[in-house]
Design a protein around this ligand. Structure first.
Ligand code: SF4
Length: 652
């Protein structure tokens, strides 16, 4: 292996301030690639079962993907791993921006931190030299202020920083880790793990080039990848979409989810980013509405409500486009709100998940308030899905008199009350008064409230559920209850197919078409897609890649590393990484039956109207099929002995 990696990871024990470099064998890189793969390999081997996620033994890792820093399109993402304090299971979260490539250029494939520091610190890595620095003066600052202070004291504007905000410092279980002011490693509550260790930030600067085995071949592969990117839609699609526009709501209400063509999706992603889908997603019943109790077209109609937080109505605030490292799409943007209650000098454009969680979930059609909520979450370091879902939960409690103005510090928490949403979010972020009750997500809030509030708490094993409704696309339910990190849409598997998109960029992997309401026989497709998704994360690639066509990923890996790979081997690698994530949970005593989807989201009782009217999904059959396809025991979750042997995990 002559390229692709720094061939070094850094282990830091904060209790002793000891730093050790480790050089994993080539086989480890080959078997686990990087990102979440390397993360689970390290944590599984170096951590005992049963540790307190907020205690010194929990290891938090920041790991680059194999292709980070190589200029391969879409290769700018890194992963944070650790035991989740939100779910007490395996936890990981993935983020874009520029931190991953910079860390590798600074000389490390990953950083693993255990122990607890006596005082707030940040870790600075400057071209292979690591030092622990005092962070007393930054503790309490938001993530944007933290970035600016660190850059100024290091004296280098090119320093890349991951940090927590005040929410992570205060150990909010729905806190996250932010880089580049608005890119979030959001899920699993890993911000609180950083906070528990008193690590405010990690700052990296690297000027070394990532070694490439065959630069000429890589240049050719990159050219081919860029050519494969189908940027423009077919003229007939364009004409069809223009003609059909007036009757879109009517079509969407029938639950039509098939996307027209890959070029159209690419074009729309370049223009709108994920904001392109908010209103159609809500109208067709994909984006949940009114804390999962509503029906999009009835309670948050496209023409009068959801379009206000979608497409043109979001991008009109764009100051400039934003792309993660090496990304030819640039689905992000830097936004500005000139004046009004939510005036904002500079923020990041909200993604679809944020638009839905602060929009259709609490019935809020004020896009400026959502941009503001996104900014609060980015600055305080909060997971937008969890924070928005928690406020929608509180609104339903309020509607049902489980919470009253006495509990909410006088805030009138009625559906769609924009001011109340922003005010409650500020309180949640500060852990102030009523906000403290909500600051650990819906499960803990329901326990604190009592009085039957649990009925309205939509979560799987503690984690709030992402913005894709399984009553329309049932395979999302499989993902929510079978992935070792429960309630994850980025492991959406066949759910992404059911929406009408593809998450498979490998042309050699042929998958049969699956029907949305076909429950039996989807296990293999879901399993294959979950392996592809985890492999892309380990390579440091963006999961949107599959939307845009097929790409010669294996060629890119070979040109970078000098090793031979095959798509077949990559599928086995995905299988191995999934198996080890699963083994982590098995070792923690987690059983498949512990991950439960709330009845409401299974369609019990079914919705009375809308595209998903009358649907109760047969989740048990889909889960059984998936476990069979993975060769994991449905009883205790354990991958079979034979599978572990085949994957080289027997000793685990
Ligand atoms: S498509 Fe968007 S999220 Fe993915 S790498 Fe590009 S800018 Fe980042």
């Amino acid at each position: 292996m002559s390229g692709g990696y720094a061939r070094k990871i850094l282990n830091l024990d904060l209790s002793t301030e000891e730093m050790k470099e480790e050089r994993p064998e080539e086989k480890v890189y080959r078997d686990f690639l990087g990102g979440v793969g390397m993360g689970v390999w390290h944590v599984y081997n170096n951590q005992m079962a049963g540790v307190n996620p907020l205690g010194p033994e929990n290891i938090i890792g920041f790991i680059t993907g194999l292709l980070n820093g190589t200029n391969v399109p879409f290769s700018g993402r890194y992963t944070v791993v650790g035991k989740s304090p939100l779910t007490n299971t395996w936890g990981d979260a993935n983020s874009g921006g520029f931190f991953g490539p910079e860390l590798k250029q600074a000389g490390y494939d990953g950083i693993f931190i255990k122990g607890i520091s006596k005082k707030p610190v940040y870790l600075l890595i400057n071209d292979g030299k690591a030092e622990i620095r005092d962070a007393d003066h930054i503790w309490g600052k938001d993530t944007t202020e933290t970035l600016d202070i660190i850059r100024s004291e290091v004296g280098d504007e090119k320093v890349r920083v991951v940090s927590i905000g005040p929410s992570g410092e205060k150990l909010s279980l729905i806190s996250c880790i932010i880089n580049d002011r608005g890119r979030a490693a959001a899920r699993s509550g890993l911000g609180a793990v950083m906070g528990s260790k008193k690590v405010k930030a990690i700052a990296v600067r690297g000027t070394k080039r990532v070694p490439i085995d065959d630069p000429e071949r890589l240049k050719d592969v990159i050219d081919r990848m860029l050519k494969s990117l189908r940027r423009s839609s077919h003229p007939i699609t364009k004409l069809m979409m223009t003609l059909l526009k007036p009757i879109f709501p009517w079509i969407l209400r029938r639950g039509v989810t098939s996307m027209p063509d890959v070029g159209y999706i690419t074009e729309s992603m370049i223009k709108y980013g994920t904001a392109m889908g908010t209103s159609s997603s809500s109208e067709m019943g994909d984006a949940p509405c009114k804390n999962w109790a509503g029906v999009g077209y009835r309670d948050f109609p496209m023409r009068t409500k959801s379009y206000k937080i979608s497409d043109e109505n979001v991008i009109k605030y764009n100051e400039r486009k934003y792309a993660c490292a090496a990304c030819p799409i640039g689905c992000g943007a830097i936004v500005k709100i000139e004046k009004g209650s939510y005036a904002l000098e500079q923020g990041h454009k909200p993604e679809f998940e944020t638009l839905a969680s602060f929009g259709s979930m609490p019935l809020n059609d004020n896009v400026e308030s959502i941009i503001k909520c996104n900014d609060i979450c980015n600055r305080y370091g909060l997971d937008t899905i969890s924070a928005g879902a928690t406020i929608a939960f509180a609104m339903e409690c309020y509607e049902n008199n489980i919470l009253t103005k006495e509990d909410t510090d006088g805030i009138d928490l009625t559906w769609g009350n924009t001011e109340a949403i922003v005010r409650v979010l500020e309180k949640l972020a500060e852990k102030d008064g009523f906000g403290e009750l909500l600051s650990d997500g819906v499960k803990v809030a329901a326990e604190r409230i009592g009085k039957g509030a649990e009925k309205y708490a939509m979560h799987v094993h503690g984690q709030e559920i992402p913005m894709h409704d399984p009553r329309l696309n049932p395979s999302f339910a499989t993902a929510y209850v079978t992935d070792p990190t429960p309630a994850r849409h980025t492991r959406g598997g066949a759910g992404i197919f059911e929406i009408g998109l593809s998450s498979n960029p490998f042309k050699e992997v042929k998958l049969p078409r699956v029907k949305r309401f076909q429950y039996k026989g989807k296990g293999d497709v879901h399993a294959t897609l979950s392996k592809i998704q985890i492999t892309l994360d380990s390579l440091g690639m963006c999961q949107f890649l599959g939307y845009f066509g097929s790409f010669p990923i294996v060629d890119a890996m070979e040109a970078v590393t000098g090793l031979d790979f095959s798509t077949e081997e990559l599928m086995r690698t995905g299988d191995r990484i999934q198996a080890l994530r699963q083994l982590f949970n098995v070792r923690e005593g987690i059983r498949p039956s512990d991950f439960k989807l709330p009845d409401r989201i299974r369609g019990i009782p079914p919705l009375p109207v809308g595209p998903s009217a009358g649907k109760t999904i047969d989740l048990d059959t889909m889960v059984e099929d998936f476990y069979k396809a993975m060769d994991w025991s449905l009883e205790d979750g354990r991958p079979s002995e034979e599978k572990l042997k085949n994957l080289g995990l027997k000793e685990m």
